[in-house]
Design a protein around this ligand. Structure first.
Ligand SMILES: C[S@@+](CC[C@H](N)C(=O)[O-])C[C@H]1O[C@@H](n2cnc3c(N)ncnc32)[C@H](O)[C@@H]1O
Length: 242
């Protein structure tokens, strides 16, 4: 077992965008999603927490925001910069829990998407992040969260093996081990070298975050939750700061 940071640095970063499919399609889908949430009606600062290779930062910058993109994986931030060209995106290599120290004006939009939230170490860290988000967001600003539902469904037996992505040289399979508070995620990567398949493995814990818990927390912290849906196991919440 390793930490989420080690896992990204040593195992996942080099194949992250390949794993996600066609980057252009993902960016276009997020563009449409942000328009659907009427994010495009404002301008100013957007903050992307756990920005990865830019699947949210890029559409936000294309919609007219200047973006602060925070991630603790430098390989992915470097890919983001290459993809972003001249778009106004400032990358910050740090833990998302430290993001307030890089912010000088209140943000109109803060996003933490693509299951980044479950990578935090504890529910206390999630709570502390939400309080920081409230502090850095302008009144009526939007906080958009997407994360995987590891609470309401618990796969059993062979359902815990997930074929994620493959091509003729690489196969990524995921195995999920459910514990009380976390799901241990094992990434099994087979790479073809000559005539042989070489396997590398690594695992890291993801938090099991209850959707109702986070919804209550947002409401108690001074947000109105205006969207709360689950699609294909992915929870999507949009909260506006009151
Ligand atoms: C599942 S990826 C999502 C990336 C991107 N938002 C997307 O949708 O493609 C999670 C990202 O969060 C980053 N991450 C996870 N925990 C973090 C933390 N505590 N501080 C900074 N980055 C973190 C990882 O390096 C990774 O880039």
């Amino acid at each position: 077992m390793s930490t989420a940071k080690d896992h990204y640095d040593q195992q996942l970063a080099s194949i992250y965008s390949w794993m996600a499919g066609t980057p252009e399609d993902t960016i276009r889908r997020n563009h449409d999603l942000f328009r659907q949430f009427e994010v495009n009606l404002s301008r100013g600062l957007a903050i992307d927490l756990g920005a990865g290779s830019g699947f949210q930062s890029i559409p936000l910058a294309e919609l007219g925001f200047s973006v602060i993109a925070v991630d603790f994986c430098e390989t992915l931030l470097s890919e983001l910069r290459d993809r972003a060209g001249n778009l106004p995106i400032r990358t910050i290599h740090d833990n998302i829990l430290n993001f307030p120290k890089y912010v000088e004006e209140q943000a109109q939009v803060i996003v933490c998407m693509g299951d980044t939230l479950t990578h935090l170490e504890s529910l206390d860290s999630v709570q502390s992040l939400l309080l920081s988000v409230k502090g850095e967001l302008a009144t009526n600003g939007k906080f958009i969260l997407t994360f995987r539902d590891y609470v309401s469904i618990e796969p059993q037996g062979t359902q815990r093996f997930i074929p994620v992505q493959s091509d003729e040289f690489t196969i990524l399979t995921c195995f999920l081990e459910y514990r009380e508070d976390v799901v241990e995620v094992y990434d099994l990567i087979h790479r073809k070298e000559g005539n042989r398949w070489i396997l590398s493995t690594s695992s890291y814990p993801k938090l099991r975050i209850d959707r109702n818990w986070i919804c209550d927390l947002l409401q108690k912290s001074g947000f109105e939750v205006v969207q709360n849906t689950v699609t294909n196991g992915m929870i999507c919440m949009v909260a506006e700061k009151l």
